[in-house]
Design a protein around this ligand. Sequence first.
Ligand code: CAA
Length: 432
Amino acid sequence: MTAETQTQSKIKVGIDAMGFSGAQCYIDMVDLAKARGVDPAKFIVGIGQKQMSVATPCEDTVSMAALAGRKALESFNIDPSEIGTLIIGTETGIDHSKPATAYVHELLGLPTNCRQFETKHACYGATAGLTSAADWISSGRARGRKALIIASDIARYGIDTPGEPTQGAGAVAMVVSENPRLFELDMNCVGDFSSQVMDFWRPLYSKYAFADGHYSIDCYLEALAHSLKDAQSVSDDLDRFKPDNLAACFYHVPFVKMARKAHTCFLEQHIDRKLDLQDVADKEIFTKSYGELTAPWLSVNAQVGNIYTGSLFLSMIDFISQENRDLENRDISIFSYGSGCGASFMLAKVVDGAMDYAQALNPRAELDRRQKLTIEEYEKIVALAEDIDMNDGLAPDPARWNLKGDIFYLGTHNHSRQYGPQSMRGQLQRVS
Ligand code: CAA
């Protein structure tokens, strides 16, 4: 390590603030299973999902990102003027050219000398933003300012497809800064993995993702094993990677069962053999480790569904909201996977005092305010979403689903997307 990198590694950088804003409607997975003629146990136990958030046509990548970003700033008393970089990671782009950040920059009143851009790499987009922001701060170029990284996505696979029970919608915002209050990232041993695979993708002509589902699971697990090895290869303390020394293991969560598969793979890397879950001793090893390190932070994911690039960070919000003070000052592992594919494995530390923000981060109120939809209502929303992006179309009235708030996608006028409160709809109607 050179003297220069040693200096950089001394800067404490990480996640200083977070905020979650999800779509305001949901369906119950038992209802969905019944409507599709599937045994509900497949969705609840086999896939691990209880509910799934559904975005109405008034909620999109921008509106959810702005609400999550505002929540992170307000809950942690951060003035918009402190933000010098805004990055939105999304695979639900709203324009082929203009980044979603341009709208969010305006909606949040960020300074004009704040750079802003969008990152796309399937579910890895926000992680790319997070590590870039950490590097920006570590390099000294941030001039004391902070970065706002927002993961915002709507997962759409289509009605009656294998991916349908693994949809969801929501945004997680993170402020990255020096001397963070929540998680301190260890930028000295981040492991990466990339490989060109066709496991999941969404061509320009499709609103729906294409997935080779079972193959995508294999790609995810292979990426986990490789990126872990890469991280270990640059670490001078391999003991820190041992499951017994970690307070929590976070994974990308496209559906809850995937995190269980990921943790199995993680344990197997350590014991250097396959676990046989039919064997009593192996089952005990797995159940204890998964039950302590991963399962406790998946209950929000089980209710929200896949929010693609934000789903990993949603479980980190769940972790803090449980206010487990014994886990402060301990290491955690973070694994991010984006189909196509790219992945990173890293270690971080839970900052002393992080649990003081448990209430600020509690996602329960956000979940409780959601409206439950029947499967018929959900299917109507899916049909409406087909042509919601057409020019000079007014999006439906948010009141139709009893949506609350002041930032909605109102429609596209003169080829320009319009955002604002419900009251702005009248003005748009008049100019149309
Ligand atoms: N009771 C209990 N369990 C049941 C059951 C029942 N009646 N019926 C089935 N199951 C279990 C199965 O045994 C299986 O469990 P295991 O995986 O542990 O064996 C699980 O339920 C799912 O059953 P199937 O594999 O038969 O389900 P499927 O073929 O319909 O599809 C899927 C599952 C492949 C995950 C599909 O939902 C899909 O394609 N999802 C989208 C792709 C995806 O999320 N991939 C994840 C990795 S890629 C990634 O992470 C990026 C991203 O966000 C997309």
